[in-house]
Ligand binder design. Structure first.
Ligand code: ARG
Length: 465
């Protein structure tokens, strides 16, 4: 049991209390962030004259050597310490002696942990953004290559109107690109440095907070020392963005699962991304999509947990906040994993284009267009709706599509039908006529593809300056 606060106490901490209180079991993931923060703090202490150059150099070299030892496996993060901050400080002092004891001047673990968690989260935001970018590039290729792959569009999971695979996938492109913009947004708000806030009320040392913020690539120091040590909004925002990403992945997974079913047969998943059954030899299961869909729950759980932890906390730091870590780490890992696996699965999917097109024809997705045809020949829309309604009923009865009917038969429903009806209700025409912005016609789709191409080339979460 190694703590940083023995002086005021006359009795040893109870072992169970120590274990309940300790966070090293999970905050060891902040190890590198903690070293980074301490190096910046030492540099700043030197700049303002609190540490001599020699002391700062000894501390920084010592910290780097602790870091190397851990990375090389020469030193393991020992769980007899309360947290990663205690571990790093103790190891530093073991290495360089008493000078190491000067590192914590003008710092509290409250601003230290606030800093470490921000540094860690900041990198996770960038990883998540990068993974989404890869997913978007895979989507982009499939959008570009499938502008004439026709399929039914659904409402209420009933075939509604024809679209293209390109158009359907581009709906997901829009979602994941919004996800990236949410990450950018929260990055902009969170990239400020809490170091120097002390325990809650700043310090009496002449710390240069702008300097340390700059050393670590922050836009500047945070504004209020009490808020600095007790703000976890950025984590809540990230968990919320992760929840939305997980929800999008889950919806997409649900479609993959449906499309991969025997009943739809729209796609076939690659063997590398499917699993078999131990009893039913014919099975090829979409487990990856199901797991991505299923893991959404734990990501939402992390968001709910942290919102609940924070809701009753008085200013400033309270130990409750230590609970910000485990679920957040889990949500960050889970979503990153899901994006990567989903991307692999999507990039290897085989689309059964004929099945998709046939499904659109068989499902009367051109019924609206057949009604519009009659309207263009002079019939009021409400009457046309009625005529096509009874035509569909007739087709259902015979088990055929509108396209299968002879002109003479069509004329028994309305004498406005002419030879040009077949072209007017072909899938190609139905889709091509939909030319408003955002619709599946080739003009708006070409514009969307051009827009996506540019976006993928130009968009970055943090512009270089
Ligand atoms: N393990 C703590 C946390 O994660 C570090 C901060 C400890 N500060 C304190 N005053 N006990 O929040």
């Amino acid at each position: 049991m190694a703590t940083l606060w023995g002086g005021r106490f006359t009795k040893e901490t109870d072992q169970k209390v120590f274990e309940f209180n300790a966070s090293i079991g999970f905050d060891k993931r902040l190890f590198e962030a903690d070293v980074t923060g301490s190096v910046a703090h030492a540099n700043m202490l030197c700049k303002v004259g609190i540490l001599t150059k020699e002391e700062a150099t000894a501390i920084i070299d010592g910290l780097m050597s602790v870091r190397d030892d851990v990375i090389d496996g020469k030193l393991s993060i020992d769980e007899s310490f309360e947290d990663i901050h205690s571990f790093n400080e103790a190891k530093l002092i073991e290495k360089i002696g008493d000078t190491g004891k000067k590192l914590h001047t003008g710092r509290s673990r409250n601003d230290q942990v606030a800093l470490d968690m921000r540094l860690f989260t900041r990198v996770q935001i960038l990883y998540t953004d990068e993974a989404l970018k890869v997913l978007l590039s895979v989507l982009f290729d499939q959008i570009r290559d499938n502008t004439d792959t026709y399929m039914p569009g659904f409402t209420h999971l009933q075939k509604a109107q024809p679209v293209t695979l390109s158009h359907h996938l581009s709906a997901y492109f829009e979602m994941f690109r919004r996800d990236r913009s949410r990450l950018k947004d929260l990055f902009e708000r969170m990239n400020f440095c809490p170091l120097g806030a002390g325990a809650l009320a700043g310090t009496t040392y002449p710390l240069d907070r702008e300097y340390s913020a700059g050393l670590m690539g922050f836009y500047g120091p945070t504004g209020n020392s009490m808020d600095s040590v007790s703000d976890r909004d950025y984590l809540i925002e990230f968990l919320s963005a992760l929840s939305i990403i997980a929800m999008h992945l889950s919806r997409f997974s649900e479609e993959i699962i449906l499309w991969n079913s025997n009943e739809y047969g729209f796609i076939e998943l690659d063997d590398a991304y499917s699993t078999g059954s131990s009893i039913m030899p014919q099975k090829k299961n979409p487990d990856i999509a199901e797991l991505v869909r299923g893991k959404t729950g734990r990501v939402y759980g992390a968001l709910m947990a942290l919102l609940t932890t924070m809701k009753g906390l008085p200013l400033a730091y309270n130990k409750d906040m230590q609970e910000d870590k485990e679920f957040s780490f889990d949500a960050m890992d889970t979503v990153l994993n899901c994006i990567e696996l989903f991307t692999g699965m999507l990039s290897t999917v085989k689309y059964n284009k004929d099945v998709m097109a046939r499904s659109a024809v068989k499902g009367f997705t051109n019924a609206t267009d057949a009604a519009d045809y009659l309207v263009k020949k002079g019939m009021p829309f409400r009457d046309a709706h009625g005529v096509i309604g009874s035509l569909v009923l007739h087709c259902l009865d015979k088990g055929i599509a509108i396209d299968d009917m002879k002109l003479s038969e069509l004329k028994t429903f309305s004498d406005l039908f002419e030879d040009d009806i077949y072209d007017a209700i072909s899938l190609k025409t139905c889709v091509e006529r939909r030319e408003t912005i955002g619709a599946p016609g080739s003009k708006p789709m070409e514009a969307a593809i051009e827009n996506y191409r540019k976006y993928l080339e130009e968009y970055v979460i943090v512009p270089d300056n």
